[in-house]
Design a protein around this ligand. Structure first.
Ligand code: NI
Length: 173
């Protein structure tokens, strides 16, 4: 198994109502699963990289908050503008900004709960036509639709939870 991709890479798939419901459930459960994944970890464990040379558990949690904040922003731009260009960001540099070490992971967890409540409410409200609304990513210049965005972030949350749960399994924590 590739420790960087414990659940594999994101696989885009065609729209179906069953898959939509599955992805909405993934988004709904993510904050609780992430909370469970770090339950009872002490400070030294939170500061342990999930793999050699990788982010610490704390950085992973802060990263999910930053990343999904961007997802919410992309969703709202795409719903309110015609094919907007959305900003990519340097996740490696973001993970080295000051608040990642100044603030406890609980601050990011609280944000993730709120962001996901909004993601789930918004994605659940989309009509068939709205799922097809598109945006351009500023870095790749590629066009994506909201169905892709939903799938990507449903996968992304589980991907990072698995980084933490697989670290705990490997270390017997
Ligand atoms: Ni990520």
């Amino acid at each position: 198994m590739d420790v960087r991709y414990p659940i594999g890479q994101f696989q885009p798939a065609s729209f179906s109502e069953a898959l939509r419901d599955e992805r909405l459930a993934d988004l709904r459960f993510l904050p609780g699963l992430l909370e469970q994944a770090i339950e009872n970890l002490d400070e030294a464990q939170l500061q342990t990289p999930y793999r050699d040379g990788g982010w610490t558990v704390a950085q992973v949690v802060h990263h999910v908050s930053d990343s999904h904040l961007n997802a919410l922003s992309r969703l709202k731009f795409t719903l309110t503008e015609d094919n907007p260009t959305v900003m990519g960001y340097d996740e490696v540099k973001w993970a080295e900004t000051a608040e990642y070490t100044l603030l406890p992971v609980n601050v990011s967890l609280t944000m993730i709960h709120a962001i996901h409540a909004k993601l789930v409410a918004l994605f659940s409200s989309l009509t068939e036509e709205e799922w097809k609304r598109t945006y351009i990513h500023s870095q790749s210049k590629k066009q994506f639709d909201l169905w892709y965005l939903c799938g990507l972030y449903a996968w992304h949350g589980k991907h990072h939870v698995a980084h933490i749960t697989s670290l705990r399994e490997r270390n017997g924590w």
